[in-house]
Ligand binder design. Structure first.
Ligand SMILES: CC(=O)N[C@H]1[C@@H](OP(=O)(O)OP(=O)(O)OC[C@H]2O[C@@H](n3ccc(=O)[nH]c3=O)[C@H](O)[C@@H]2O)O[C@H](CO)[C@@H](O)[C@@H]1O
Length: 359
């Protein structure tokens, strides 16, 4: 009989693309795959493109602080829980795989209440809130940085790394250059402000554009709604809101990647061995997970880090000059890093849990 897996995770693409990376292995193992996300979340468009049946539930934001919105969000979470139960009753999955994000919480609780095994995946050094509160309900937790184990129950956690989509390794530099109309051989800087774009990064890149364009082409992924129309026709500068299918070609042509320090993108940059500059999201805007991710990469010699508070034209240009001059050293460090084969390791955890229930 076909085994069934429900995957969940959303809010930002970093909670979705590792799930996509697992799809072909899951199918090879005989799983039929279903996805649960929100109606309007980025997960919907990313998953529907993969032809996976998609079910929606309501999600409420979990907060670490008091806010009047907590009341409406609790109502949404309760509704999400009831919807999750209905989906689980209908699909009767063998396992739930959760990448975290607010949408995952009601589903994790509902699966646990129905004794469906739950496997969590955590990408960051410190677990996100949704995963943190899900820990007692999980059979196993897959994690990505060795440092994370101190936040997790040791007996049921496994260091797997983050699955990377296989298509990312199939990029073609020439396609990438064509896509951006970069006709001469100047080195290319690709800017990725995380899956949602980054205002501060966008501002600094645009302020520094004249200087940057003297010696480079700039491909700027600036996030939904962030295209600056009056910069559209500048030769050597190409803006995108979000890139799906063409991302492999964009990565392939990049000489340097300037990026936020979301764990998924970091892991992809490392897998593709791209010299990089990281600008982690500040502690004011997050729990500080990106700062820790970036510090870890810096310590291992993979990345040059510029703190958001010190980011300006001068520090950006200095960083680019530094990384350009040490390109070979950075690549050598990344090449020497232990490749973890995350897909295989996560698949082992999933299959182990399904076998356990079949007994
Ligand atoms: C603001 C916020 O909450 N950020 C968190 C979010 O990051 P966020 O989801 O923004 O960023 P990540 O770097 O983790 O993942 C982005 C994913 O989207 C893909 N991509 C991006 C741009 C694009 O145009 N096309 C595309 O396919 C990347 O290749 C990557 O696979 O989840 C990460 C993983 O838990 C955390 O480390 C981040 O702190």
């Amino acid at each position: 009989m076909m085994k069934k897996i429900i995957m969940t995770g959303g809010g930002t693409a970093g909670h979705v693309t590792p799930n996509i990376a697992l799809l072909s292995s899951l199918r090879k193992e005989g799983f039929s795959v279903y996805y649960v996300g929100t109606k309007d979340g980025i997960e919907r468009q990313l998953i529907e493109k993969e032809n996976i049946p998609y079910y929606t539930i309501k999600a409420g934001k979990l907060r670490r602080y008091l806010d009047v919105k907590n009341i409406t969000d609790i109502a949404k979470i309760s509704q999400g829980f009831m919807q999750s139960l209905a989906i689980l009753n209908k699909l009767k999955p063998d396992i739930l795989f959760s990448k975290g994000g607010f949408v995952s919480s009601p589903l994790v609780w509902a699966a646990w209440s129905k004794r469906i095994p739950v496997v969590l995946h955590e990408s960051d050094i410190t677990p996100g809130l949704a995963n943190k509160i899900a820990l007692p309900f999980a059979k196993n937790i897959c994690y990505s940085f060795p440092e994370t184990i101190k936040f997790l129950p040791k007996d049921k956690s496994k260091l797997t790394g983050i699955p990377v989509r296989e298509t990312l390794f199939t990029g073609n530099e020439v396609f990438g250059r064509k896509l951006c109309s970069f006709h001469d051989k100047k080195p290319i800087i690709v800017i990725i402000g995380g899956s949602l774009g980054s205002q501060i990064l966008n501002k600094t890149i645009r302020q520094s554009l004249d200087t940057l364009l003297e010696n480079h082409h700039i491909c700027h992924i600036c996030g939904q709604g962030n295209i600056e129309k009056n910069l559209n026709n500048i030769p050597g500068y190409k803006q995108f809101e979000y890139i799906s299918d063409e991302l492999p070609h964009i990565f392939a042509m990049a000489n340097i990647v300037v990026s936020r320090a979301g764990a998924t993108t970091l892991n992809e940059i490392l897998a593709l061995k791209k010299p990089n500059i990281l600008i982690p999201l500040s502690r004011q805007a997050s729990r500080g997970d990106q700062i820790l991710n970036a510090e870890s990469y810096k310590k291992q010699g993979f990345s040059y880090v510029v703190e958001e508070e010190t980011l300006n034209e001068e520090t950006l240009i200095n960083a680019i000059n530094h990384v350009s001059s040490k390109e070979k050293e950075y690549i050598a460090k990344m090449e020497a890093s232990a490749m973890t084969n995350a897909i295989e390791k996560v698949m082992e955890v999933i299959c182990h849990n399904v076998k356990d229930t079949a007994k």
